[in-house]
Design a protein around this ligand. Structure first.
Ligand SMILES: [Zn+2]
Length: 339
């Protein structure tokens, strides 16, 4: 959305731009062990700084461009973040053009163009296949295997109590890490992302349909994560279900371990092999890519398979994380002694 046009008066709080959160502050406030969350913290903080630069340089009234005193970045829409991202990439050009008096107009035009591309990516993805409620868009022709992929995804989803065949999902396979970065407002090193709050689109960096794999930008040679495309798609679609079930506010407040844990539980995916995951958890290892998701899925198994909770119960009365983790650790230790 362009600056100053789309925020309602209640959303403006007149926060002065010098109050910029540092990544660590965001991290302290919203941290989980999820590496993707850490990346979002840093990304969002950088985007805020960009916006501030823009505000200061071009005399745009911060009261009409600022959205929240508390910086609840979890609740920031992608559009807000993307506006800031677009602002950053256009600062250089705008600086040159400012003297000629065209700067602001061109900046706004560029932001419009960027937002339009985000809102309607379909023309850039001319190939598509629809199966039931899912449409997959691609820049290159889709192979026949795609039907099997979508069928498998649907059968994973149908296990969920939240399964809704009316929920339309639009999935864009970018076939390029940079394009994925562009459409997701700067995300890297992730398997996929869904935007339930705004466009409801799902973006995937690249896919190997034959092997049912997501191809993504790794953090380095030590990053051994692998994920099936089917479980990744199911995971992202479950994010849409949770959002539809809870609404914006409650979804934002839901702890990440429940959100990601349930998406993983239905997607039946593991970014790291189970043996390794269990070993890391028992050792108390931290900072292992994919471990947060592994742990969250197992915690959800404790709740749903061992304790017989329904997802509606979990969503309406989120259980205590430490207690569920303790139960999980107990089960894992017991299994270890039995083996
Ligand atoms: Zn997720």
């Amino acid at each position: 959305m362009p600056f100053g046009l789309a925020f309602s008066p209640e959303e403006r709080d007149g926060v002065e731009p010098e109050v910029v959160p540092k990544p660590e502050e965001l991290w302290d406030k919203y941290s989980t062990d999820a590496p993707a969350r850490r990346q979002w913290c840093i990304g969002r903080s950088n985007l805020v700084k960009s916006l501030v630069t823009l505000v200061e340089r071009y005399d745009i009234n911060p009261k009409t461009t600022w959205t929240s005193a508390e910086y609840p970045f979890r609740q920031w829409s992608t559009m807000e973040a993307d506006s800031m991202s677009a602002a950053l990439s256009n600062i250089k050009a705008a600086r040159v053009l400012k003297r000629s008096g065209l700067g602001a107009a061109i900046l706004v035009a560029l932001l419009f163009a960027y937002q339009a591309t985000l809102a309607f990516p379909q023309p850039f993805f001319p190939h598509r296949v629809t199966y039931k409620h899912m449409t997959i868009y691609s820049r290159r022709e889709l192979p026949r295997d795609i039907e099997t992929i979508l069928q498998k995804t649907d059968s994973l989803l149908s296990r969920s109590e939240l399964y809704n065949p009316q929920t339309e999902s639009r999935i864009f396979i970018c076939d390029s890490n940079s394009l994925f970065w562009f459409y997701t407002g700067g995300l890297r090193h992730v398997f996929a992302v869904a935007f339930p709050h705004t466009t409801r689109y799902i973006f995937v960096p690249k896919a190997d349909y034959e092997r049912d794999l997501v191809l993504f930008e790794r953090t380095g040679p030590g990053d051994k994560r692998e994920r099936h495309l089917t479980s990744t798609l199911a995971h992202e679609i479950v994010h849409l279900y949770i959002f539809d079930c809870l609404g914006r506010k409650a979804e934002a407040a839901l702890p990440d371990w429940i959100k990601e844990g349930y998406c993983e539980y239905i997607g039946q995916g593991d970014a790291i092999p189970p043996d390794e995951g269990i070993k890391h958890l028992l050792n108390g290892d931290g900072n292992i890519p994919g471990l947060f998701y592994f742990r969250s899925r197992r915690m959800m198994e404790v709740l749903m398979d061992s304790q017989g909770s329904s997802i509606q119960q979990v969503l309406s009365h989120p259980p205590n994380e430490a207690e569920v983790l303790e139960a999980l650790m107990k089960t894992m230790k017991l299994n270890q002694t039995l083996h």
